[in-house]
Design a protein around this ligand. Structure first.
Ligand code: SF4
Length: 354
């Protein structure tokens, strides 16, 4: 039997009419599921033909809860048996943030990133991005929590999957679906200027983050190989244009890497590069990955000094702390680990067969 997706409004309405059901039943089912995070069966009970509605595109494959802090990593399996990650961050203030993936793997190939080492397998569909949100809302509702923020900072470069990203953002913000405030959604990019401006035009109050990591062209291109396409000067012009269009500060993500971009000189160069812009700098500690043996996170004194230097220069700055270091919460680490385990198991099986 064919089913209708929970996100397919015309399809659901047609199904409801064919069943001669109460016009409010679709709304009740969706509100229960997408806004309150009720379990599947409870939400579907509001609809007269629950077996004709499909809710999920992903299967929850593994769940890893940090024993150190409030992070949970969710590993999902797609219908074509690929693994992707989402991370729930329960911050001490009580706020809950979900970090979702937009692609399986990533073509940007950042030096410090486990996902970048995989290459790009494929884009995620909007349904797959939304299901990461839906399943997380349900999980949190079971704990009596509500999801507050959604960040597109998981596997993939969201602006390389722009069409499906926009379909996802539409569904997240639509009143009849998730009805999520766009001010609580953040899309993080390594910097794709045209797409950044298109996104800002379409969702003026949504937050944008630029992963900058260095204002030295050579260092940045070493860290983010695709950065050669969009020089720093072009990114600076893009930030100026974003500032002209919105009063909200653009987030600047800066990973602190020992001996690479964390010196006092680097801090002063960053201050100069950002001068005159309305930005908020997030300094991020680095969780080492084995695939990037040459990179290590800056130590605590270097991080503190770097943050203090920026603040003293009047830059809005947050020194982030690392969450979920015991559950491989850095982007792509767990998927890489699972994929390797799977391949090793297959190799040893085929060796045994030989
Ligand atoms: S950091 Fe982001 S953009 Fe860079 S390789 Fe990883 S997923 Fe892709």
């Amino acid at each position: 039997m064919s089913t209708v997706s929970i996100y397919d409004s015309p399809g659901l309405d047609q199904l409801r009419r064919s069943l001669k059901a109460d016009p409010l039943c679709v709304r009740r089912m969706r509100n229960g599921l997408l806004k309150q995070g009720l379990p599947d069966e409870t939400a579907l009970a509001a609809f007269p033909a629950p077996d004709q509605v499909s809710l999920h595109t992903l299967e929850l494959f593994q769940r890893h809860d940090s024993t150190l802090d409030g992070a949970t990593k969710l590993l999902f399996r797609t219908a074509d048996a690929l693994l992707i990650e989402s991370v729930i961050l329960r911050i001490a203030s009580g706020r809950t943030t979900l970090c979702i993936s937009s692609q399986v793997g990533c073509a940007v190939a950042c030096e410090f990133c486990a996902t970048g080492k995989m290459g790009l397998r494929r884009n995620l569909s909007s349904g797959e991005m939304l299901d990461q949100v839906l399943q997380s809302i349900q999980l949190l509702a079971g704990e009596g929590r509500r999801l507050r923020n959604i960040v597109f900072m998981g596997m993939g470069e969201p602006l390389h999957n722009e069409e499906q990203l926009c379909a996802t953002l539409d569904a997240l913000t639509l009143p009849e679906l998730f009805h999520f405030a766009s001010t609580r959604i953040l899309v993080s990019t390594v910097g794709v200027p045209d797409a950044m401006l298109r996104l800002a035009g379409r969702y003026p109050t949504m937050r944008v983050a630029l992963s900058l990591h260095s204002v030295d062209e050579n260092v940045r291109q070493r860290l983010i190989p695709l950065a050669w396409k969009y020089p720093l000067e072009q990114l600076r012009c893009t930030l100026e244009e974003l500032n002209r269009r919105s009063n909200a500060a653009v987030m600047i993500e800066y990973l602190l890497l020992a001996g690479v971009n964390d010196s006092l000189t680097n801090a002063r160069q960053l201050i100069e590069w950002l001068s005159g812009l309305n930005v908020h700098v997030n300094l991020i500690p680095y969780n080492s990955i084995e695939e990037a043996a040459g990179l290590a996170g800056s130590d605590e004194p270097a991080r503190t000094l770097f943050a203090a230097t920026l603040k003293a220069a009047g830059l809005k700055t947050t020194l982030r702390y690392s969450l979920g270091s015991d559950i491989a919460a850095a982007c792509g680490q767990l998927v890489r680990h699972e994929n390797r385990r799977h391949h090793q198991a297959r190799r040893s099986t085929s060796t045994e067969v030989c």
